[in-house]
Design a protein around this ligand. Structure first.
Ligand code: OGA
Ligand code: ZN
Length: 385
């Protein structure tokens, strides 16, 4: 990265305008810089947490001087009479004076969407390597972050082995289905997943708020005919809908659907959330799609309901389009993990002509996975440096 070349205090000392030697410019507000000061009186030297509140910073904070030396900016703040140094790279990485021309449904540039052409080998790790080598684990977790799915081969076909996969990066999310659940044909199934029926590609548990953000499905037996797994990139599906029918996309994003699960016994879960979730600035943050647990939708205005249903139907058609799905049949000892806010999973029906199929599933959350990945990445950089 290039260094800072000039600093100019402007706007009545409320702003500093910085220029880098490659011509990049960015303005920063006095209060923003003061709040983000990196000195040990503002941030703890041991854990980097902020020691002050905004009320500790005078409301009329100004920049009285700004100078560049040794690749860093030094700013003097009044009325506190405080000098703070900001590294050039830190300022560049945190510049906010940039034109963000983002269409609704934009996704982070670090994500890659995919369709049926996607080679699942790109996100497949070998159990022995991912469990033994940091670099292999890093690659495997980064596939989940980037593509929303990863597969693991060559693991033990042992009950409970999926918990060791979750422990690679984080923590199991225990639910009414238990710490993990058995996915095999049951006589009085608590969920249609525990039958031989085919399942349309779906996200799990949209009736839960918050939804589990990760799901692991681990195969112990799969000799039955059928029972192939499918995964579909929900972000790619949402983008297709947006491109074909922006109004339909907008309806699914702007109005809440309702989801419900009434289990046997004492479980009753309900949620009121959109099928396509956008952040306030339009980032596509989650998809909820599950025919089994969509409840009566009552939050769409009467005049929009027909178009809403047309968009819901079209989204389902896109998800069912063979051009979107990647299919594979899990072998015993294999598993896959999906980002349950993005990638839908389904299966073909099985069990009509003998054989057995037994999967175990569990939920976990993305915070732990992203944290582990970030630490592995930082360690890798530190080892190179
Ligand atoms: C599930 C599910 C798919 C399968 O248990 O959530 O979708 O392959 N199972 O059995
Ligand atoms: Zn499922």
């Amino acid at each position: 990265m290039t260094g800072l070349s000039s600093a100019e205090v402007t706007d009545g000392s409320d702003v500093v305008k910085l220029m880098w030697s490659d011509g990049f410019t960015a303005r920063f507000h006095a209060v923003w810089l003061r709040d983000n000061a990196l000195d040990p009186a503002t941030r703890s030297a041991s854990n980097a947490q902020r020691l002050i509140t905004l009320s500790d910073i005078p409301a009329g904070t100004k920049i009285v001087d700004a100078s560049i030396a040794d690749g860093a900016l030094t700013v003097g703040f009044a009325p506190e009479d405080k000098q703070v140094e900001f590294p050039s790279d830190w300022l560049r990485a945190n510049a906010y004076d940039v034109q963000a021309d983002r269409a609704p449904g934009w996704i982070s540039p670090g994500l890659e969407t995919w369709d049926s052409e996607f080679d699942v080998a790109r996100v497949t790790g070998a159990h022995a390597e991912v469990f033994e080598a940091d670099a292999a684990l890093r690659d495997w977790l980064s596939a989940v972050r980037c593509h929303g799915v990863a597969k693991l081969t060559g693991g033990p076909a042992e009950s409970g082995a999926l918990l060791d996969v979750a422990a690679l990066f984080g923590y199991v999310r225990e639910t009414n289905y238990g710490r993990w659940f058995e996915v095999r044909t049951e006589v009085n199934p608590a969920n249609l997943a525990y039958t031989g029926l085919g399942l349309q590609a779906h996200t799990d548990n949209p009736y839960r708020d918050p939804v589990p953000t990760l799901q692991i499905l681990y195969c112990l037996e799969n000799s039955a005919a059928g029972g192939d797994s499918q995964v579909v990139d929900g972000f790619a599906a949402a983008h297709r809908l947006r491109d074909e029918d922006p109004h339909g996309f907008d309806l699914l994003a702007r109005h809440c659907a309702r989801f419900e699960y009434r289990g046997t016994g004492d479980v009753h879960l309900v949620s009121r959330k959109p099928m396509i979730e956008l952040s306030p600035d339009g980032e596509l943050t989650a998809l909820r799609f599950n025919n089994r647990s969509t409840a009566a939708i009552t939050d769409v205005p009467f005049d929009d309901m027909a178009d809403y249903y047309a968009a819901y139907r079209r989204l389902g058609e896109i998800i069912d389009d063979p051009g979107m799905a990647v299919s594979f049949k899990l072998e015993p000892g294999e598993c896959f993990i999906v980002d349950n806010t993005r990638v839908l999973h389904g299966r073909t029906g099985y069990g009509d002509s003998g054989g057995s199929r037994w999967l175990q599933g569990c939920y976990a959350d993305r915070d732990g996975l992203l944290s582990t990945l970030s630490v592995l990445e930082n360690n890798a950089v530190a080892n190179v440096a």
